[in-house]
Ligand binder design. Sequence first.
Ligand code: ZN
Ligand code: MN
Length: 137
Amino acid sequence: MQRYKEFGLKLTPQRLSILAFLENNKSHPTAEDIYRHIAKKFPTMSLATVYKTLETLKARGRIKEITIDAEKRHFDPETGRHHHAICTGCKKIVDIFMDFDLSAADTDLRGFEITGSHVEFYGLCPDCRKTTTANKR
Ligand code: ZN
Ligand code: MN
C-alpha cells in the first residue's frame, strides 16, 4: 500500500479499499467485479467513481488495463512485463510469465518505433478441458 502514497492520489477510504482489493490480485478483475466487492463496504459508491479511480491508477502506471476480452475491461495490478491467456470457455485470464522472441518485430514494423508488445493466447483452460472431455463421454 505504501507505494500508492507517493503519487499524490488523495486516498479516500473508498480508494484505499479499491487499492487493497487490487493489491496482489491475480484474477484480472473487471471494473464491475471491483465495484461489486467495494459496494459491500461502501454501498453509496458509484460504478463511475470506481471507473474514475481505475483510470487515475492506469494513467499513473500503477495498474494495467487488459483488453484480451472483447466484452469486458479487465485490470491488472501486475505492471511488470508478462503475457496473458484467456479461456474461451469460462473467460478466465491467467498470467503467462514467459519470454517469447519478438525481436523480429523490433527491426521493421512499418516504420513504427515499438515501445511495447504483449502476446494474447486463447484456448480452453484445464478446468474447461476436463468438462469438455466429460461431456463427450
Ligand atoms: Zn475455462
Ligand atoms: Mn496479468
